[in-house]
Design a protein around this ligand. Structure first.
Ligand code: SDX
Length: 430
């Protein structure tokens, strides 16, 4: 049997044979199907791109039914166990695990780019102390487009690599300074002796000690959380990164837009929404009443941290995060909200409302419990998602830029507005 699909247009009786490639048909192949010769031709209509592939990508593979997540072919569980974030970022960006020499050079480049331009302090000071750190994060990342105008040279490989070093190295510094600004503490400068996450903890929590000593358990836990959040194929914020990048905007402007999408409570803002939901529930005894509200389908009563567009089984990242939580709590003490989360999960996994809709815990359900136990305010949670995801956004942006099939993104529409009509002078309007 040929890899084609036959379509009969019953309006005309005409038959069409369209090629099937990689489990898809090209939407443009539908344009030949017309009722009348001067018709535009058929389009697909796919709100929210529920069933539309918009690119070819070799970076991340997800099997939503089997709960599989691979970065460049490596299972997330193995990377979480044996790798570290900078090595995983290298893998995602360049396609292969680095040799020892490549890793050493990569680490050095990132370490040497963690400083922020001093003028960024002036930008930070423009925000009230209680400005949401995600608003600060996406503003400062966008401002980097002004600090590094060479980033516009997007088809220069060396320039792209330099922006990659800068973005990955500086997003933790921006996040840390946003946190310090919100609590009125002085900014902490990077300590090049520390690891990527060790230095991040240093810039967040250093007080008057001469040299910050990160807790090794928390340093490793955060590093694994960064591995788990580094990329996730064509999610909303990555699609935003690709869309903005398709107009040949510089990478910092594209990252700022992607961070804006991630900020949404249905996406990366869900980890913050989960903690607010757990606080609102308040106790294990109130869980049944809350589940009832969720099942009523009333707007604004979603079980945050549950459900996923692709995973119709347990998010493999959530399984690893649950194990990390147990390890972190040995250092920080158990987060009292954990019992509520576990009860929510226990009930949801046996309730037909959730089972029939294939709603399982996703990456955001348990991560916030860890962040809170580590001393982060809930507002910082989406920022902690954006830091590692910056590596994935850049990798996806570069893949799009170098893909000969890609061009500026510009979907079509089904027009539902008024037919053409003439202007009505003010005095004649009803
Ligand atoms: C992330 O795409 C990615 O890869 C994202 C991400 C990444 O790494 O980049 O994995 C990170 O964003 C994880 C998702 C975090 N968001 C949340 O936890 C917010 C709560 N979840 C939902 O809002 C929802 O599940 C989405 C947004 C994640 C997915 O939404 P879909 O695929 O559009 O599903 P839907 O909204 O069409 O829901 C299908 C049904 C509906 O019920 P019916 O209308 O059929 O009766 O399931 C229901 C929904 O009401 N439903 C939920 C629910 N999620 C879906 N009901 C209660 N609680 C929920 N959480």
């Amino acid at each position: 049997m040929a890899d084609t699909i036959s379509i009969v247009d019953n309006r005309t009786g005409k038959k069409y044979e369209l090629p099937i490639q990689d489990g898809t048909i090209r939407a443009m192949d539908l344009r030949q199907i017309k009722e009348k010769p001067d018709d535009f031709g058929l389009m697909t209509y796919d709100p929210a791109f529920m069933n539309t592939a918009n690119c070819r990508s070799a970076i991340t593979y997800i099997d939503g039914d089997k709960g599989i997540l691979l970065y460049r072919g490596y299972p997330i569980e193995q990377l979480a166990e044996d790798s570290n974030f900078l090595e995983t970022a290298y893998l995602i960006l360049f396609g292969e695990l680095p040799t020892a020499a490549q890793q050493q050079n990569w680490n050095r480049e990132i370490t040497l780019h963690t400083m922020l331009h001093e003028n960024i302090k002036k930008l930070m000071e423009g925000f009230q102390y209680d400005a949401h750190p995600m608003a600060i994060f996406l503003s400062i990342v966008g401002a980097m487009s002004g600090f590094y105008p060479d980033a516009k040279d997007i088809f220069n490989k060396e320039s792209r690599l330099k922006q990659t070093h800068r973005a990955i190295a500086k997003v933790p510094s921006i996040a840390a300074w946003a946190f310090r600004h919100s609590i009125g503490r002085p900014y902490v400068y990077p300590d090049n002796d520390l690891s990527f996450t060790g230095n991040f903890l240093n810039m967040l929590f250093k007080m008057t000690e001469l040299k910050y000593q990160p807790n090794a358990v928390l340093e490793r836990a955060l590093d694994v959380l960064f591995i788990l959040h580094a990329d996730h194929e064509q999610n909303c914020s990555t699609t935003t990164m690709r869309t903005i990048g398709s107009a040949h905007a510089d990478p910092y402007s594209s990252i700022a837009g992607a961070a804006g999408a991630l900020y949404g409570p249905l996406h990366g803002g869900a980890n913050e929404a989960v903690l607010r939901m757990l606080h609102e529930i308040g106790s294990v005894s109130k869980v049944p009443e809350f589940i009832k509200k969720v099942k009523s389908g009333e707007a604004g009563n979603r079980l945050m941290g549950f459900g996923h567009r692709v995973y119709k089984s347990y998010d493999p990242r959530a399984k690893v995060i649950k194990r990390i939580a147990d390890i972190v709590f040995t250092v920080t003490g158990k987060n009292p909200l954990l019992e509520i989360a576990l009860e929510l999960e226990r009930i949801a996994l046996q309730d037909d409302y959730f089972v029939s809709r294939k709603l399982y815990p996703n990456v955001d359900f348990y991560s916030g419990l860890i962040y809170q136990a580590m001393g982060f305010p809930v507002e910082m949670f989406p920022v902690l998602f954006a830091i590692p995801r910056t590596a994935g956004w850049i990798a996806q942006w570069e893949e799009m830029l170098l893909d000969p099939e890609q061009k500026i993104a510009r979907p079509r529409q089904i027009y539902t507005g008024p037919v053409q009509r003439d202007y009505v002078p003010r005095e004649k309007r009803a």
